[in-house]
Design a binder for this molecule. Structure first.
Ligand code: C2E
Ligand code: CA
Ligand code: CA
Length: 455
């Protein structure tokens, strides 16, 4: 049975579908859960499918139909989809975007599903008595169990959508075609050239200050758009870069890209610190430290480095000395993945860090575990005693936000606020957040209050 999920806000005016949506859209995009199909369905049809449809001719529709009616079209499309494709869950996840989840038996049935989807959307829509053609970009990711996790499926679908917009074609990513064993060796060889070929790109994820309700900073996360393998996430290639000693070039590239993107943000009137992840081995690499400091000083932008405590413990004397050099160059230091690796209070006190990030493994289970809230609470108290601010990463639910807020956590980062997104989408997110703060601050605070009440 097909289902439609649309975002609803108690603060929206009744009867206005687009009103409900417009107010919630950036938050809802990140809030929509990307769960795989239920276990029963997967026994029968084991391939999980995620498709993203995005309207691409909204500008001309607005001229013909007006803004209000055009904003509502997304619901006409969803209505048609669930009639023609009864086995889907359709969720409106962006002002112009619908996410579809379903499952199929195999690659052949996937193709048949995508064909039906495309044909369904080609037929013009009857809008207020007139027929209008609606243009779409369509990105689809799918695969059998074991070839991906749900984050990977969502990331691949998003990347397929981006490619579809660029190529004006439906793009399908079949995750069964990627052989993980062949991957590692081949990838290691290909990584060197990937930087020069411009195959790496960054996504940004905001960190939000809980009390001030404003975006405090952001983290840059690297991705690899491989010409044949599709999107590769950092956990699959950063360890290879560390082994093959390409990590210094990769990280210098990241810093350079962040400086370029920071200039775009500055032009938008945004002055945010952007944090870059720094692998442990770079903390004792003098050539890297020197070059990174030169780049940040010349770039003249607000930059931070996220480092793990484990990397300090490996070679504490040189790591602490180099972290002090970074701090002297105005680079903010955050301790990443706190609690996941080795930690030592003796070193923690000596680091020039102002921010402690609690590892997401404690935050993801926060409201379902007995132990994790205790760990999180004591970490927050410890960090505050050391005059550090605390960031919780992996915040996915309003309930987790509410609990963290009560515990005195300073900043949060996670899918609840936004998934990591490319620079232009991040700029758009910042613009909307700014507008929402000016125009709609009452509603925003209502929303947070509602989170607190519902937890
Ligand atoms: P990290 O530094 O702990 O980054 C946070 C990871 O959590 C990111 O995964 C992010 O996409 C994910 N995440 C964010 N919010 C949520 C959430 O609400 N729920 C869940 N389940 N996950 C969330 P990503 O981008 O795959 O990065 C993985 C790791 O790769 C990073 O972990 C970091 O250690 C490393 N990495 C990423 N970019 C770079 C880089 O430029 N240089 C180096 N050396 N490492 C990098
Ligand atoms: Ca990090
Ligand atoms: Ca982390």
């Amino acid at each position: 049975m097909a289902r439609v999920r649309t975002p609803l806000s108690p603060a929206d005016p009744p009867g206005s579908r687009s009103g409900q949506y417009a107010a919630q859209y950036s938050a809802t995009r990140s809030r929509a859960r990307r769960s795989l199909p239920a276990a029963d369905d997967m026994d029968v049809k084991p391939w999980a499918v995620q498709a993203l449809l995005q309207l691409t001719n909204q500008a001309s529709l607005r001229r013909l139909l007006g803004v209000a009616r055009t904003n509502d079209i997304i619901f006409d499309i969803t209505d048609r989809l669930v009639v023609v494709l009864p086995d889907i869950v359709a969720t409106v996840v962006g002002r112009w975007t619908i996410e579809i989840e379903t499952c199929v038996c195999d690659a052949a049935e996937l193709q048949a599903f995508v064909d039906t989807l495309s044909v369904t959307l080609v037929e013009p829509f009857d809008i207020d008595g007139e027929r209008h053609a609606i243009d779409f970009a369509i990105g689809v990711a799918a695969g059998p169990p074991g070839s991906f996790d749900d984050v990977r499926l969502a990331e691949e679908a998003e990347d397929a959508l981006i490619e579809s917009r660029r190529e004006h074609n439906v793009v399908i990513r079949d995750l069964s075609k990627i052989d993980p064993m062949v991957d590692k060796l081949a990838l290691k060889r290909e990584l060197k050239a990937a930087i020069e070929r411009g195959e790496l790109f960054l996504q940004y994820q905001p960190k939000v200050h809980v009390r001030r309700q404003e975006i405090a900073s952001a983290e840059a996360l690297v991705r690899w758009r491989h010409p044949t393998r599709g999107l590769i996430l950092p956990n699959d290639f950063i360890p290879l870069a560390e082994n093959s000693r390409d990590i210094d070039r990769l990280t210098l590239w990241t810093i350079e890209q962040v400086i370029t993107d920071q200039k775009k943000l500055k032009a938008d009137g945004q002055d945010l610190t952007i944090f870059v992840n720094i692998s442990g081995q770079l903390l004792s690499n003098p050539a890297f430290v020197k070059r990174a400091c030169e780049m940040v000083s010349q770039g003249g932008v607000a930059m931070g480095f996220e480092i793990t405590e484990t990397s300090v413990i490996r070679d504490p004397v040189s790591a602490i000395a180099n972290l002090n050099i970074f701090a002297d160059h105005g680079i903010a230091i955050a301790i990443d993945d706190y609690g996941a690796g080795l930690s030592s209070l003796a070193y923690l006190k000596q680091l020039p860090a102002r921010e402690l990030k609690i590892d997401k493994m404690f935050v993801l289970q926060l409201t379902s575990s007995n132990r994790d809230p205790l760990i999180v609470r004591s970490t927050i108290d410890l960090a505050h005693a050391l005059e550090m601010e605390v960031t919780a990463e992996g915040v996915e639910t309003p309930a987790a936000l509410a609990l963290l807020s009560v515990m005195g956590c300073d900043m949060i980062q996670g899918y609840l606020i936004s998934r990591p997104v490319e620079i232009d989408a991040f700029r758009q997110f910042l613009r909307e957040h700014k507008d929402a703060a000016l125009v709609d601050s009452a509603r925003a605070s209502f929303r947070v209050a509602a989170f607190r009440r519902s937890a």
